[in-house]
Design a protein around this ligand. Structure first.
Ligand SMILES: CSCCC(=O)C(=O)COP(=O)(O)O
Ligand code: MG
Length: 224
């Protein structure tokens, strides 16, 4: 089957889960308090703080109250859009200062290059913000891979377990669902995409629970 577009998840698919849970999340949890206290008047930060106060239903929530709420959301791995946006801003500084590079499995880096070279359009769909996605690929272990990527989707298009999110992605791609392949390690995400006729393949790299989708242990085993 020759798919015209590939949409791939990041955490657990292109990238080791522990890079997100043991590097990125702890870094954000440590840096966010000072980042918010120092930059809360900057427009991009203030916009997210306004959204967080709305979610908290506390229009006058203090910075300390917001920081406490953010730490709770991080600890619970909540996929809340303003949290993900602020994490992306903090990770921007971490990548730029060389505190870490973006983990990619070697097979993922190699195959993304090969698939793009043969004309497959590559897209990323992650709960991490589009900025966080671009940072990971721009500062990857294999250099700047952003030239390979045609587009990025995050929670602003919808949550990853919602069918409507994949309908919106298809609308963006302007392709029939059968010409699109979605890669993820999470069955519920693949189930949602499959409901629309999008082809799916589950990456099982670290013993993730399997579903009814075709599976692969690495990108070399993915039939594109
Ligand atoms: C772009 S690396 C950071 C990924 C992230 O913040 C995240 O929450 C991943 O969530 P997902 O639902 O895509 O596994
Ligand atoms: Mg994942």
């Amino acid at each position: 089957m020759n798919y015209r577009a590939l949409v791939t998840d990041i955490e657990g698919t292109t990238t080791r889960i522990s890079f997100v849970t043991e590097v990125l999340f702890p870094y954000a949890a440590k840096q966010l308090p000072d980042f918010i206290r120092q930059r809360h008047e900057q427009a991009e930060v203030a916009l997210q703080l306004k959204a967080i106060r709305q979610l908290m239903k506390q229009p006058d929530a203090s910075l300390d109250a917001i920081i406490t709420q953010l730490q709770a959301w991080i600890a619970a791995d909540e996929k809340i859009t303003p949290l993900k946006a602020l994490q992306g801003m903090v990770w921007r500084l971490g990548y730029q200062q060389g505190h870490f590079t973006g983990h990619l499995y070697p097979d993922a880096a190699e195959q993304l290059k090969a698939w793009q070279a043969k004309g497959v359009q590559l897209f990323i769909y992650s709960s991490g913000s589009v900025e966080a996605q671009q940072l990971l690929f721009r500062h990857s272990d294999f250099g700047d891979l952003t030239p390979l990527i045609s587009g990025y989707f995050d929670t602003r298009i919808g949550a990853k377990k919602e069918i409507s999110s994949y309908a919106a992605i298809l609308q963006h791609l302007q392709l029939p669902p059968g010409q699109v392949l979605f890669l993820s390690d999470v069955v519920a995400e693949l189930d949602a995409a499959h409901q629309l006729g999008i082809a799916t393949c589950q990456l099982i790299r670290e013993g993730q629970p399997a579903g009814s989708h075709p599976t692969a242990e690495d990108f070399y085993q993915v039939n594109l």
